[in-house]
Design a protein. Structure first.
Length: 235
């Protein structure tokens, strides 16, 4: 049986800044516990828990630390017309879009209880998504030189991203995570250079299979895959 337990929290539809603040609270609390544990004997140390946050956001564009502001193709008036907000944030990666019909997952984990390897962590998140969308017969793959989950990466002209990823870690505590396009309004990606890649397109599960995909089922499949890939028990 898996020895690690991860608590699943479904936040429903939540404003991006509110969810970001909540992540920061969980993240900071774990960092404080780690600092306190350094001065305690092993038997007296505070347990550090793990959370998996599910959320959908209203229309929002977020720019990572290494991103270029010019990859947002809207000015303030354009953002207002699109009923979207914009945030510069502290994850890795460039610009991306979040909105209704997209499954956003934020794992808040202590990788010291898993594996202290960011490459392993990113590939494990990708594997979780690959297994999730396989349930619908969608073949997700990795694309050499890029993060996230892609479709048809072996053909550059057809390669398209279905899941974007961007994370932050400090002392092996993680935050931010993945954005899987399920029933996303793909027109919102026209207003950015997605992930800073100007010659590749994006995809959603709904556009790939030609029908609306039940979000509740996607969440269930993601949890099943995450449990297997990370070898944890979800509660």
């Amino acid at each position: 049986m898996p020895s690690k337990v991860v608590k699943v929290l479904d936040l429903g539809r939540m404003d991006y800044k509110t969810a970001w603040d909540y992540q920061e609270q969980l993240f900071s609390a774990k960092l404080s516990l780690k600092s306190a544990n350094r001065d305690l004997s092993p038997e007296n140390q505070h347990p550090i828990t793990h959370e998996l946050l599910f959320v959908e956001h209203p229309h929002v564009y977020t720019l990572g630390k290494s991103g270029k502001p010019e990859h947002l193709l809207l000015d303030e008036a354009g953002l207002k017309a699109a009923e979207a907000t914009y945030h510069k944030i502290n994850r890795g990666g460039d610009i991306t879009y979040h909105g209704p019909g997209q499954l956003v997952v934020y794992p808040i984990l202590d990788l010291e209880q898993f594996k202290t390897d960011i490459h392993w962590y990113m590939r494990s998140l990708e594997e979780t998504v690959i297994q999730t969308i396989a349930y619908w017969g969608i073949k997700g793959e990795r694309y050499t030189g890029f993060t996230g989950v892609w479709l048809n990466p072996e053909e550059d002209a057809k390669a398209r991203k279905i899941c974007a990823m961007g994370v932050r870690t400090s002392r092996w505590i993680t935050m931010h995570g993945i954005a899987l396009n399920v029933n996303t309004n793909m027109r919102y990606f026209d207003h950015i250079v997605p992930c800073g890649i100007d010659n590749k397109s994006v995809a959603s599960m709904a556009t790939e299979i030609g029908e609306v995909v039940p979000m509740v089922t996607v969440k269930a499949q993601f949890q099943q895959a995450f449990s297997q890939v990370f070898e944890v028990e979800l509660t």
